[in-house]
Design a protein around this ligand. Structure first.
Ligand SMILES: O=C(O)c1cc(=O)[nH]c(=O)n1[C@@H]1O[C@H](COP(=O)(O)O)[C@@H](O)[C@H]1O
Length: 234
């Protein structure tokens, strides 16, 4: 079975990210670089990791007015990651502008398009935390609402927690890529993740790809942790 795991390299140190990626080559599907990495290492850091030749997920969770997000997405497109993220809560017009900018950027460079994924409700939020910021309904209803809106706006996939992934699949069908963070093997600490499941449970619920960070990168031996997860998924 090919690995469904993108490993989150959450660090501000390019050399550390590169060492982790190199040590995990062949054990994971690809690497994810996010805000922690990008805020300090920037596009040149992304290029350094891309040069290692592993599939790249650039997770910047863009969220701004449509014109600004489209501009940022044109920059992302120049880095040519396989996957990237925007926040679905930025709204229909913002998601549409992002998806168009990603497609145009790829067409200009004559390559296959970066998949734009809309993040629904962060896996670090639970029901009380959602109520605190003014969401009266359930997390599940909010995730489903945003999933439907994102699909209408033309994005390629969604990020949701393993708790909602089966419901999201029912809403959007098989065309969209469902990427699921909030993954914790039974032997790992939850940390700040609130809506999580084991890798096996998340795949069974319908995830296409899993995002896993600290259970692998924080292990004494990250390669062993990745192998253990692969064995659990077999
Ligand atoms: O978009 C994401 O990747 C993401 C969305 C979400 O709702 N929750 C979430 O944890 N993530 C990312 O997934 C990774 C999870 O890392 P760990 O909690 O260390 O496994 C981090 O890089 C988060 O930024």
């Amino acid at each position: 079975m090919t690995s469904p795991v993108y490993v989150a390299l959450d660090t501000t140190d390019v050399a550390q990210a590169a060492a982790l990626a190199t040590g995990l080559k062949g054990l994971v599907a690809g690497v994810k670089l996010g805000l922690e990495f990008f805020s300090y290492c920037g596009p040149r850091g992304v290029e350094a990791i891309a040069d290692l030749g592993m599939p790249l997920f650039l997770d910047l969770k863009l969220h701004d007015i449509p014109n600004t997000v489209a501009g940022a997405m044109r920059g992302v497109a120049k880095l040519a990651p396989r996957l990237t993220t925007i926040h679905a809560s930025g709204g229909f017009a913002m998601m549409q502008a992002a998806a168009e900018a990603a497609r145009e950027g790829a067409a200009k460079a004559n390559r296959s398009a970066t998949k734009v994924l809309a993040v629904t409700v962060l896996t670090s939020l639970d029901q009380p935390a959602m109520a605190e910021v003014g969401f009266g309904g359930t997390v599940l209803d909010q995730v489903k609402r945003l999933a439907e809106l994102a699909q209408k706006a033309g994005v390629d996939g969604l990020v949701c927690s393993p708790h909602e992934v089966a419901h999201v699949r029912d809403v959007v069908g098989s065309d969209m890529t469902l990427v699921v963070p909030g993954i914790r093997p039974a032997w790992a600490e939850a940390g700040d993740q609130k809506r999580f499941m084991t890798p096996k449970e998340a795949l069974k619920a319908g995830a296409d790809l899993l995002v896993i960070g600290r259970p692998i990168t924080g292990a004494t031996n990250p390669a062993d942790a990745a192998r253990r997860i692969a064995e659990e998924l077999r």
